[in-house]
Structures are given as structure tokens and as C-alpha cells.
Design a binder for this molecule. Structure first.
Ligand SMILES: [Zn+2]
Ligand SMILES: [Zn+2]
Length: 552
């Protein structure tokens, strides 16, 4: 039946992160992905960034289903927040994605708030109101990723999710090019395709190349070996574990999210580690450095992650010294480069050799490059293309590839977050736009989610900004003078509060300096938390707090 479908990206366009797309027809809505973005340095004081999904909370009917392409945070991280605020009937995801999501929802106390359904890539179509949905297996940097086909009143749509055409994936589960070609024969009206690596020529290397690099590098090493990667990169961890087991090193997993993910993946059969190969962090001292391999979080230089704490000699169980090797098996997400460089420098200062993707083949991307995008376009032969998942330049590069592949100019939709794209009789058009900004989440402290009251920062504008500038005096390291305070948008803080805030800032810094904590980022972190609490206690408000510590 010909009709119309509205497609509204709420996030993921013009950025890498917080992917979320609404599909609406006959008054019913399904959503593909509910991701978050991690804050950049300019967002100091904010823990998470969510898409503004008020469109969903304002709907008259509940969302029919949220369909998840894979378990990365930029695709599932906003789910707890969405489920708390919007009415959602079902969440569909493949087995591993569902395992990761269950644990996340459990931490947020939301496990019973929605019906969780397992998506089967071989399982045929699922009917969800006016939508008929099927899942197609794709290779990516986390197992069990899928593309999603939506048969809708306005036409047949393929959302690729994140993908690469790895012909030798570690689990042997390739992108299902056969199904994609078959889909092309059925006819695809609109392709929403991953654009992350559209600007890069050629093909992305197979995940197996990293395993081969580990196999070259690790056996000849004699000191500790640390491998830092994303906590969700199950195949990367598997490949490091395989080499460790072969050379007789015990494996120690450090970092809460990595331990959690390995447990989930092991329970569901996605990772294979013999029990006797694993040791706990507190057993590390019983082994010689050359007998252990440590898998850890922190590949993005995150301030309180295992790797960064290890680098600064601040980890209770793991230290790094001359003779050790640290493999950073990841690429910094745009915005994290400086943090990663800091961590590398600090590790080198400890005497470790640091191998990272610029100097050793220890990382491959999870996203297909231009040749793979061309192959996807060739297989699916879409009548129209809407590039998704990428900064604008990546979307534009994907649009060029589509044009070169013969998709007419007027059938390429360069949309933005909030664009309302109408697909009518198979033809897409941007017809409107809705509000689609960002929502900030700020939890005081980082760590155990059970204990952290995560607050919605939707009303950031009402709560305003507090900037605090403190100066440290050179090598003797005291606090120089009075910290300066600049408040914007949460009303004039009274003289009394200003004095209190200054004193609090001074106290926080002095205490840390006395404990020889001089790392600027840690100082700022503590300032943020201390002042945040004080301002909340006194005013009930949670302004965004930007601590700036400078050395003179
Ligand atoms: Zn991904
Ligand atoms: Zn992604």
C-alpha cells in the first residue's frame, strides 16, 4: 500500500556519536538505536551527552519498538534514559547486544520496564505495526552487529548500522553480502549508510590483522604486557587472550567495564577463556612481569580509567616500569587525541615501550572505507541514499560516493539532526525540522552506577554555568591567590556563596596538593565535584561547572 514514512534523525548526523533515528508511519513509531556521545574537553563537568529525544516523550502512542544495531555506547548508551522518560513497548537486539543492554538496564533498575526481544539475523521478518523489520548480519568491531531492513508504507529502507566488509572476521560471521544483494534485487528505496570512513580510500583491514600483529609482537617480550582497548571489542580481547595462552602468560582483566563485558561475553559464548588462564588483579604480585598479560580499559585516555591510573602510578594493583610494553589497541575518538597523547607520554616516562596504531598495526577500524561503501551501494542499488553516522564532511564524502555510483543528485539526502525526511512512494524529501539538540547528564563522581545519582541536564540553560579559575604557583606548587569565579545564567551568587565557593576551591586544591596530587586533570575533577556539591546544597541548582587550573 503506497503511503508515507517519516524519518527523523535525532542524533548521529554531523557528529560521531549518539546515533538515534525515528521512523514514523500511520501514527506508529519505531526507533533505530539510542546512543550517547562522550563529552569532549569543552564539556568539562558533563559525563554523558544524549540526543534530545523529547519528540518521543511527546508522542500520543507509545513507541512500538526500539531496534538496536549493536552494543556500542554510541548506539545503546541512551537507552536507560529513553526508557525512563518515554513509553516504549519493546526493545529488539541480537543476543550479545541484548546481554549488554540487560546488564545496563539492570544497573539503572529498569530491567522490568520494557519487553526485551531477541533479534535473529536468520529469523525472517518481524511485524511491528505498519513496519515489517528484518535483521541482516554485518561485521563490525563488536560481535553480533546487524543492519536493519524496514518495509514501511513509504518504501523499503535499509539502515546499515555500523559495518565493514571484513572477509575474515574472528568469529567467521561475515557481513551477509548475499542477503544484501538479494535485498537489492527486491529493491531498496532508501539506504541509510554508515559514513564514518567515507573519506578514506581503500578497504579497512580485517580484525584478524590485529591478531597477527599480537602474535608477532607479544611472544618476544619479556616484561609485563598491557593491552588497552575498548571494553566492548570482544574479538580484540579474544585475540590477545589467545596469544597470551599460547605463550603461557596469565591474563588479568583490569577495569570495571572490561571485566563486566568479558563476563557477559563469556556467559553467552562469545569469548573463550580457560578458567586457569585468568588471574585477579590482586594476584598479579604472585607472578613475574613476563608471565602476565593485562587487558585494561583506558584506550581513550579517560581520566579515571585503568590505563591512565596505571600511567600515573595511581593504580592499586598494576604498575608499569622499564621493560614493560603497553599496546594501545584503539584509535582516539576525535576529541580524545590529547588525552591519549598524555597517557602515552606518561607511560613512556615510566620506562614502558608504548605501541599504538600510528607506529604498529595494533588497531583496525570497525567501519568500512570508501571501497566498502561503494560495494554496499553496488549490492543494494538503492534508489535514494541518506548518509548517516558521521561528521558533515564524512556524510558529504558518502554522498559523493553515491553520486559516482549513479544515484541521482536529487535522490541524495544530506540531512541533519532534527530534519524531517518524508519518504513518499519511494521518494525522500526534507519537509520540516524539529528541535534536536543535546541533553547533558552529569553524575557527581564517576564509578559505581548504583551509587551515582545521574541527573538529567536537559535544562542546562536554566542551571547556567560556573567557571572557576585557580592558579598554582610553580614548582613549590601552592595555590596562588584567590580562585576566580565567573557565574553565568544561574543568577548572581550572593557574596556569601562566592566566599564559600572560593574557600571550598582553595580547600580542595590545598588538600590534594598536600597529598602530592598535581595532575591538572585530577585537580579539576575534584574541583568540579566539590563545587558542584556546594552549589547544589546552597541553591538546589546544578550549573555546568568548568574548573580551570593553570600553572604559572
Ligand atoms: Zn559501532
Ligand atoms: Zn557507531
Amino acid at each position: 500500500m503506497p503511503g508515507t514514512t517519516r524519518i527523523i534523525p535525532l542524533g548521529g548526523l554531523g557528529e560521531v556519536g549518539k546515533n538515534m533515528t525515528v521512523f514514523e508511519a500511520d501514527g506508529e513509531v519505531v526507533v533505530v538505536d539510542a546512543g550517547l556521545a562522550f563529552p569532549r574537553d569543552e564539556h568539562l563537568g558533563v559525563d554523558l551527552i544524549l540526543p534530545d529525544f523529547s519528540y518521543l516523550t511527546d508522542l500520543e502512542r507509545p513507541v512500538r519498538a526500539i531496534l538496536l544495531t549493536h552494543g556500542h555506547e554510541d548506539h545503546v548508551g541512551a537507552l536507560p534514559y529513553v526508557l525512563r522518560q518515554a513509553r516504549v513497548q519493546e526493545v529488539w537486539a541480537t543476543k550479545l547486544t541484548l546481554g549488554l543492554v540487560k546488564s545496563k538496564l539492570d544497573e539503572h533498575g529498569l530491567l522490568r520496564s520494557v519487553e526485551l526481544r531477541e533479534a535473529d539475523p536468520e529469523g525472517g521478518q518481524v511485524e511491528l505495526g505498519p513496519f515489517r523489520v528484518e535483521f541482516i548480519r554485518v561485521a563490525h568491531s563488536i560481535p553480533d552487529a546487524v543492519a536493519i531492513v524496514l518495509e514501511t508504507p513509504g518504501g523499503r529502507i535499509l539502515h546499515t548500522g555500523d559495518y565493514k566488509l571484513d572477509h575474515t572476521p574472528v568469529d567467521g560471521l561475515r557481513t551477509d553480502v548475499g542477503r544484501l544483494a538479494e535485498l537489492g534485487t527486491r529493491g531498496v528505496d532508501l539506504l541509510l549508510g554508515d559514513s564514518t570512513n567515507a573519506e578514506r580510500p581503500g578497504m579497512t583491514g580485517s580484525e584478524r590483522l590485529v591478531g597477527e600483529a599480537f602474535r608477532q609482537i607479544i611472544p618476544v617480550l619479556t616484561g609485563r604486557v598491557l593491552v588497552a582497548s575498548f571494553a566492548s571489542n570482544v574479538h580484540r580481547m579474544q585475540q590477545a587472550i589467545d596469544v597470551a595462552v599460547d605463550v603461557g602468560r596469565k591474563v588479568c582483566v583490569v577495569g570495571r567495564s572490561m571485566r563486566k563485558n568479558i563476563n557477559i561475553a563469556r556467559n553467552l559464548g562469545y569469548i573463550d577463556v580457560p578458567d586457569e588462564a585468568l588471574i585477579r588483579p590482586n594476584e598479579l604480585d604472585d607472578y613475574a612481569p613476563g608471565d602476565v598479560l593485562i587487558l585494561c580499559t583506558g584506550s581513550q585516555g579517560e581520566p579515571l580509567s585503568a590505563l591512565v591510573r596505571i600511567a600515573y602510578g595511581d593504580h592499586p594493583a598494576v604498575k608499569v616500569e622499564a621493560g614493560d610494553t603497553v599496546i594501545i589497541s584503539a584509535k582516539p575518538v576525535p576529541g580524545n587525541e590529547l588525552r591519549v597523547h598524555d597517557a602515552i607520554n606518561q607511560l613512556a616516562r615510566c620506562g614502558a615501550e608504548v605501541l599504538h596504531e600510528e607506529i604498529a598495526p595494533v588497531h583496525v577500524s570497525g567501519h568500512g572505507k570508501a571501497e566498502e561503501l561503494r560495494t554496499m551501494l553496488g549490492l543494494v542499488r538503492p534508489k535514494s541514499v541518506m548518509p548517516v553516522h558521521g561528521e558533515f564532511r564524512m556524510l558529504a564524502a558518502h554522498a559523493r560516493l553515491a553520486r559516482e555510483g549513479g544515484v541521482p543528485e536529487d535522490r541524495i539526502v544530506l540531512a541533519e539532526n532534527g530534519s524531517v525526511v518524508e519518504l513518499a512512494d519511494g521518494v525522500p524529501r526534507i519537509v520540516d525540522r524539529i528541535e534536536a539538540g543535546v541533553t547533558f547528564v552529569d553524575g557527581l563522581g564517576v564509578g559505581d552506577v548504583h551509587d551515582v545519582a545521574l541527573r538529567d541536564r536537559r535544562h542546562l540553560s536554566e542551571d547556567g554555568v560556573l567557571i572557576i579559575v585557580a592558579t598554582l604557583a610553580g614548582s613549590n606548587g601552592g595555590v596562588a591567590g584567590q580562585p576566580e569565579l565567573i557565574a553565568r545564567g544561574f543568577g548572581e551568587p550572593g557574596e556569601e556563596l562566592v566566599v564559600e565557593m572560593r574557600e571550598e576551591a582553595h580547600r580542595v586544591l590545598a588538600e590534594l596538593l598536600e597529598d602530592d596530587v598535581t595532575e591538572i586533570k585530577l585537580l579539576q575533577e575534584h574541583l568540579h565535584d566539590g563545587l558542584g556539591q556546594l552549589v547544589y546544597d546552597r541553591t538546589g541548582r546544578r550549573p555546568m561547572i568548568l574548573p580551570v587550573v593553570v600553572e604559572v
